[in-house]
Every structure is written in C-alpha cells, then in structure tokens.
Design a protein. Structure first.
Length: 350
C-alpha cells in the first residue's frame, strides 16, 4: 500500500518513490522472467494527461501508464480500457505495444496502472521531425499510417473478445449529443455558427455501415515509427478514447489532423501535408479500397470531426481564460475555434 509520504510525492512531482518502484518490480517479476533491479523510473509525460514513465532494471525497459494526478473522472482516464484494447489487438495486424501486466488495485500507486513493453522508434510530432523525410519516405509513412487505421477497422470485435467494449448502435447520434452538451458546459463567448453546426449535424445523422473498433484520436504523433524504415509503423498509442463505433468518424478525425487544420496557427501538432506527405484525399481513397466502405456521406463526417475538435478547443480555451489550466500554446487555442467551425459548416454546404 502507498504511505502518506508516497502519496504526497505523487501529488507534487509525479515521481515514483523507491517503495513504489519495489512494489512494481515485484509485480513485474511475477510476469517477466529474470527481472533485475532495483527499478529506476523516468517521467515522460504528465500534467493533466495520463502519466507515462519509462522503467528499467538496468538491462530492459518498459513503459508504465497511470491516470493524471488527482484525477476524478475515471472514465476519461481508464487504464483498464487502454490495456484491454491493446491486449486484444496484440495478435492482429494492428501495431500495438505488447502488454505486460495490469494492476487494477489503486493501493499500489494510488490509481490503477499497467505496464507494457517499450517500443523503440521515432514519433513524428513537429515540422522539424517531418522535415527530415524525403518525398518517398513521407509517402511510405503516409501509406503505412492509413493502412494501420484500415487494419483497425477491419478487425472483428467479437473475434478479439471486444463485443462489450462499447455500444455501436446509435453511436453517431450519441456523439453529437455528447459534444453539444460539452459545448454548453464550456461556453464563455459567442462563436458564430457553432450552434448552427451542432443543429445541422443532429438533423442529418447518417446510418453507420459497420461497427468497428475506433481509436478516437488517430494522429501521426500517436504513432511510433521504425527509425530505419519510415514505411513501418511499430505501434499506435493513446487508446484512452477507444470504443466500438463508426469507423468513418475515425477516418474524418484523421483527415482533420492530417490536413483539415492546415494554415492555422496550431500549437497542437504539425500538419503532415504541409511537409510533403500525401494528401488526405489520396489516403482516403486508399483506405476505402482496403475497407470497402462507402464514403458517400463524407461531408457529414468531415463536419462532425470539425465540430468535435472545435468543442475540445473551446473547452481548453474556457479553462485557460479562467486560469483553471495551463499549458504550452493554450493561450492560442481559442483563436482556432471560429475558423474550425467555419470549415465544418463549409463541409456541410458541400
């Protein structure tokens, strides 16, 4: 069990104490042969997102993931959910890290957590990263990335034990309702067209062609790519928003991140098409050929992706102006929203 000193250290720094690391080592030793020690940990990411650590016994390395410090909404940072979907996808063509062990008892670290194998590779996050690739490398990475999304959407949830992973029936209508309610709770200003976009989406929800496992945040900076081969995606990360739903919603969000936010002062991530990668249209055609899905309602999905992203940005802006959250670039997030809403309405106009 965690002692008061361990808990206090967590709340202040996010660092793992020697006592906690020893407990994690004992847990690992029951699942991994010949674990050395003592374990050492380095915090890779923290703040208000899930805490991610590298662990090493001096010879091998793993990754430990746990919810953010002081989090309340377990459904928003569900470690069991991430672990379950990646473990289920392990035997499939979808590239995911190998899961090692899950601990659902919050007594050890103050929250549930899991450990997975460390995947060595490159994350293409910013313009400098992407600028290192020549045209052929960028093309091959684009193809490999969209192929990974197609492979995910071709997995039969029942075949990998994920029939209870979500409710695909009515998924799109629930999504529109959910993000409309989120907008109402984050409203601090009037953004022209925001309410109109929500209303028009709700009035024209298309029928879902296929229930699939959806990632929910399929961006290039959530992928680890082989250092010696940009055409090989080694792992897709950050599955906390995964569920069963409409695969075309995943595709549309991919397209937004790939090129739909081009030309904006975007502090979140670079836009691949601005750095020599294939167009979203070309990759969408490749996806459709692999999955057999009909893209006739693409305008609706495109508009919904813009709406969802605009609501997320508006929420960040709302909390930032009230000094409830801080982060690099948060002061610029609010400026994205009006243009993203405008582009969403333009998509519906065809």
């Amino acid at each position: 069990m965690n002692g008061p000193t361990d808990q206090a250290a967590h709340q202040v720094t996010g660092e793992l104490s020697a006592h906690e690391l020893d407990a994690v080592r004992q847990l690992l030793a029951a699942h991994v042969p010949d674990v050395g020690g003592p374990l050492r940990a380095s915090l890779l990411s923290g703040g208000r997102s899930n805490l991610t650590y590298t662990l090493t016994d001096g010879t091998r390395r793993w990754v430990l993931r746990r919810p953010p410090l002081g989090h309340v909404l377990a459904t928003a940072h569900d470690m069991g959910r991430e672990y379950k979907v990646m473990r289920a996808l392990g035997p499939t063509p979808v590239p995911v890290p190998q899961m090692v062990v899950e601990d659902t008892d919050p007594g050890l670290l103050g929250a549930p957590f899991y450990v997975m194998e460390l995947v060595e590779g490159i994350v293409y996050r910013d313009a400098e990263d992407m600028g290192r690739l020549d045209a052929d490398e960028a093309r091959r990475l684009g193809h490999a990335f969209i192929d990974a999304l197609a492979e995910l959407h071709l997995v039969d949830p029942a075949a990998v034990g994920l029939t209870d992973f979500g409710r695909p029936e009515g998924y799109l209508a629930r999504q529109v309702s959910r993000w409309t309610k989120q907008l109402a709770s984050s409203r601090s200003r009037e953004v022209p067209g925001f309410d109109d976009l929500a209303t028009r989406l709700a009035e024209a929800v298309p029928d879902t062609q296929r229930a699939s496992i959806v990632h929910g945040d399929f961006r290039l900076d959530n992928a680890i790519v082989a250092a010696d081969d940009p055409g090989r995606v080694l792992a897709i990360l950050d599955w906390e928003m995964a569920t069963l739903g409409d695969p075309l919603a995943d595709l549309a969000l991919f397209n937004l991140f790939w090129e739909g936010w081009a030309g904006l002062d975007n502090p979140i991530a670079a836009t691949p098409t601005e750095h020599g990668f294939p167009s979203g249209a070309a990759l969408t055609r490749r996806y459709a050929e692999r999955t057999g899905l009909d893209l006739a309602d693409d305008d609706w999905y495109t508009a919904f992706a813009h709406f969802k992203f605009a609501v997320i940005c508006e929420g960040i802006h709302y909390r930032h102006v009230q000094a409830l959250t801080v982060g690099e670039g948060f002061d610029r997030i609010g400026a994205l929203v009006p243009e993203i809403v405008r582009r969403g309405l333009a998509a519906l106009a065809g």
